[in-house]
Design a protein around this ligand. Structure first.
Ligand code: GDP
Ligand code: MG
Length: 166
């Protein structure tokens, strides 16, 4: 049995809590409840015949009032940098968090989740190219609302963490 800590980080309201809820409980709600501190949810899954338990750390948003403490990131095997492509400034936040995570959890696999795929018509085109400069292992297009891409991106992240862990 493998146990991995995965942190969801990003700017406020990019959809970190919605992605955690979609992945763990397969539900979505339109209500916006600010995350205070951190919420940890667990889910077991099978990937390539391996039994894995993920502890998903849904961490409060990074903004000018509060920053994500490196203590939350320590020990993570996976870091999901969540971006809302309708708001290009969320890429800059993800870039900063990527650097912080690299210091706090140097071994962690980093991926980018471009969330709100259901709003693709409102995505700003520059985001999809800028995001490559973060240097994450993968970039996934997902929607917490419809669920599209969510399961697949966590599967692939888990596969990468297994590869690194073995
Ligand atoms: P967090 O601050 O990053 O945890 O963001 P939340 O998960 O609380 O979501 C912020 C807002 O965006 C809420 O109103 C959500 O309903 C909405 N939201 C989150 N994910 C999606 C998505 O995939 N599509 C759409 N259309 N809205 C979303
Ligand atoms: Mg939240």
């Amino acid at each position: 049995m493998w146990v991995f800590k995965v942190c969801l980080v990003g700017a406020f309201a990019v959809g970190k809590s919605s992605l955690a809820r979609r992945f763990v409980s397969d539900v979505f709600s339109d209500r916006y409840l600010t995350t205070i501190g951190v919420r940890i949810e667990k889910r077991a899954l099978e990937v390539d015949g391996a039994s894995v338990r993920l502890a998903v750390w849904d961490i409060h948003g990074e903004d000018r009032f509060q920053s994500v403490d490196s203590l939350y990131l320590r020990g993570a095997a996976g870091i999901a940098l969540v971006v809302d492509p309708t708001r290009p400034d969320t890429v800059q936040v993800a870039t900063e968090l990527s650097e912080r995570a690299r210091r706090a959890a140097p071994e962690a696999v980093q991926i980018v989740l471009l969330n709100k795929l259901d709003l693709r018509d409102d995505w700003r085109p520059e985001v999809e190219t800028v995001v490559d400069t973060i240097g994450a292992e993968a970039v996934h297009r997902v929607s917490a609302k419809t669920g599209e891409g969510v399961e697949g991106s966590f599967d692939e992240l888990t596969r990468s963490m297994l590869k690194r862990g073995r």
